[in-house]
Design a protein around this ligand. Structure first.
Ligand code: WTA
Length: 693
């Protein structure tokens, strides 16, 4: 991705420059009240986690867990870049999240579920009750489904408590869960079933979203069919019912294959399952994420290192105490939800809120009513949500009587004006904010302020976390110094416990994607020779704070969710009339970026609105609604280099209303003007820059 040709073709270069031109912002200090109660107040923390004490510094995180067998080695670097953490140690993730809290916190809420319909009161699930449900579910998975440690199971669940219960039941058995975001299509789910080799799919009948009870079972049927076409049989489909005992989907249940979880659970009432002691290095879960090729990669996360890292970062960066009521508004189907709705908060015996629906349903004051009603004091969301809530209800937060001590943003760069609204209006000037930068691959935060110790600076993710040593490289492998005003490739020099183990079933792709580019010596067993390449552009200010500028590769970040341009393009190419497709990111006021699609047609195909509609449908069906293009442009030809490469940079510039630069070297320069006229005409007609949905 960093070779010259590719650099020229990428569309993000100019966006990065725009971000670079954000001016330096003033600092905001954490309040005395926050500092006094913070988990991490040691001003020497970064020194303690400094290179002199690496990797042993991470023992502090491992000690937050309960091990059935203590580990013997902190970091094993024998087979770079396949690092091993806490080897020799054994533990069970579910035991750590649930069982060990019972003595002290048995009847404290582990989760509070808030359904989308406001007339349904919130439901608290205590640690004891969670223990009971997880055990029964684990018994079902083991005895009814025949699942055992090391097996994979695909979950395609919406945001109800059935999801964390199922995850923890898997973890209790050492079964590797692979939760696919509930909003992804049945086909997306099917290809992930196939890739992970799951024989069991766990799904749901329906869930509430924007005031509608959405049929979800239909996706299970599509998923099983897709997996089968790809060569993976699914033996059993388990369906959680949104209303236990009542089936809320019109899709028929397939005899002998489909089962209602609530029915089968009857047989396992009161059953207890011993937590299976797993090697620290045993995989805990897979989380598929988009990359530069069409095929999503299954990021494989380990048990010991991952849990240690999320426990440590939840404690020090999220400042979670067992007495806190913590609400992360993300979906558990993304890494943020795995690490910072389920595993992190539960490891610390906190109360974690799970909200089913859209933040703006039935109105834009909803999140603040929830916060007031539940007494939420730690709040975590994305810049996209902040922008939307601000635009639709800038003064709503002050109408509700809640008090946050701490707030988080994650997933995209947040522009300083949105940050300030978040701080002043949502946080009422009382709460600290951490802007946390990290990725699915990373398990937990990599850059953020340590909230009681570092001043906040709007628009900057802050310095690296304790124990993380970043470096920014330019395209010529040279380090970009801090304060230089230059951007480059954000890399991490060292391994850390939360880093993924590999890409499921594809070690080579793992090495190629993250380590090949900046590896100093492929034969070396010294971690210093193996920087991790994040794929993000970044710059570091004089004060050491990092500003993340966005993806440098072919990934579009829509509302903080990653979409591979190749994935969207291959969906477009399933429409028979489409000969070529190019997808480019367009700036969007709320979502950060949205995809614009350009297609050219096969000879003889008639240009029609119907084709554009089918392209949109193909994206939604094959990926999910988040992949819905803002616009589909049917162009007479793609702008191409003489060697025949589609110039996405040119299309990106047109979509964003920017100067296309020098196009004289193109094979077909004349088409650029034609496309520009077409796009700008259409944008003027549909309201420039507005997403369609
Ligand atoms: C982007 C989400 C700026 C970045 C946890 C990264 C951010 C991608 C931030 C990962 C942030 C995440 N500031 N950009 N605080 N956090 N990103 O895998 O481009 O869904 O590479 O993980 O989101 O997205 P992913």
């Amino acid at each position: 991705m960093t070779n010259k040709t590719h650099t020229e073709e990428r569309t993000e270069a100019t966006e990065a420059q725009i971000a670079v031109h954000w001016k330096e912002e003033q600092y905001f200090q954490p309040s005395k009240a926050f500092i006094e109660q913070a988990n991490m107040r040691d001003p020497d923390i970064r020194k303690k986690f400094g290179e002199d004490n690496f990797p042993d510094c991470f023992k502090e995180y491992a000690d937050m867990l309960t091990w059935s067998t203590p580990y013997s080695t902190v970091l094993d670097t024998n087979n770079p870049p396949f690092w091993k953490w806490f080897t020799g140690g054994k533990l069970n993730a579910c035991f750590n999240c649930v069982d060990r809290h019972l003595a002290q916190y048995r009847n404290k809420a582990a989760f509070i579920f808030v359904g989308e319909l406001e007339e349904d009161p919130p439901v608290a699930l205590t640690y004891q009750e969670l223990y009971v449900r997880v055990n029964e579910m684990a018994a079902l998975l083991r005895d009814f489904c025949g699942l055992k440690a090391g097996d994979r199971v695909t979950l395609h669940l919406p945001m109800t408590l059935d999801l964390p219960i199922t995850m923890l039941a898997c973890a209790r058995l050492g079964v590797i869960h692979s939760q696919v975001f509930g909003g992804f299509s049945g086909q997306s789910c099917g290809s992930r079933i196939q890739d992970s080799g799951s024989r069991i799919l766990i799904s749901a009948d329906a869930y509430w979203r924007s005031g509608k009870l959405i049929d979800h079972k239909v996706n299970a049927d599509i998923a099983v069919k897709t997996a089968k076409e790809m060569g993976q049989e699914v033996d059993k489909v388990l369906i959680w019912q949104r209303y236990p005992g009542k089936y809320s989907s019109p899709a028929p249940m397939v005899e002998g294959r489909d089962f209602f979880v609530n029915d089968v659970l009857e047989r396992y009432k009161g059953k207890r399952v011993e937590p299976v002691s797993m090697d620290a290095e045993a995989p805990l879960f897979l989380m598929y994420s988009s990359g530069t090729t069409g095929k999503p990669k299954g990021c494989q996360h380990r048990t010991g290192g991952y849990l240690a890292y999320v426990a440590g970062t939840s404690k020090y960066i999220q400042d979670i105490h067992p007495t806190d009521t913590y609400w992360c508004m993300a979906d558990i189907g993304w890494i943020t939800g795995h690490s910072y709705i389920v595993y992190g908060p539960l490891l610390l015996a906190a109360t974690s809120v799970v909200y089913e629906g859209t933040p703006t349903y039935p109105d834009v004051r909803r999140p603040w009513r929830i916060a007031e009603r539940l007494g939420v004091n730690i709040f975590h969301t994305s810049p996209t949500a902040v922008r939307a809530l601000r635009r639709q209800g800038p003064e709503e937060p002050r109408k509700c009587n809640y008090h946050f001590k701490h707030m988080t943003t994650v997933g995209e760069p947040i522009e300083p004006s949105a940050w300030r609204w978040y701080y002043e209006e949502v946080g009422k000037g009382e709460a600290v904010i951490v802007d946390t930068w990290w990725q699915t691959e990373n398990g937990g935060f990599l850059c953020s302020t340590v909230p009681a110790l570092d001043a906040m600076k709007p628009g900057s993710a802050g310095p690296a976390l304790p124990g993380i040593y970043p470096v920014i490289y330019d395209d010529d492998d040279k380090e970009v110094p801090k304060g230089s005003g230059q951007a480059g490739n954000m890399c991490i020099r060292n391994p850390w416990p939360g880093i993924m183990q590999t890409i499921w079933g594809n070690d080579q792709r793992f090495v190629d994607t993250y380590y090949k580019r900046y590896c100093k010596n492929p034969k070396s067993k010294d971690w210093r020779d193996w920087p991790y390449m994040s794929g993000d552009g970044a710059m570091q200010a004089e004060d050491g704070y990092f500003r993340i500028l966005g993806r440098l590769d072919d990934v579009i970040n829509v509302s903080g969710h990653r979409l591979g341009t190749k994935e969207v393009e291959s969906a477009c190419l399933t429409v028979p009339e489409v000969a070529e497709a190019a997808v480019v990111p367009v700036m969007d006021e709320i979502k950060g970026r949205v995809p614009d699609v350009y297609v050219s047609l096969t000879p003889g195909a008639e240009n029609s609105d119907d084709i554009a509609k089918r392209v949109v449908k193909a994206c939604e069906d094959m990926i999910g609604k988040i992949a819905r293009p803002r616009q589909v442009f049917i162009v007479p030809d793609m702008p191409k280099t003489r060697s025949g490469k589609i110039m996405r940079r040119v299309l990106g510039a047109i979509s964003n209303g920017r100067d296309v630069g020098d196009v004289t070297t193109l094979a077909n320069a004349a088409v650029v003007d034609e496309i520009r006229t077409m796009v700008q005409g259409k944008q003027a007609a549909s309201g420039e820059g507005q997403p369609k949905q």
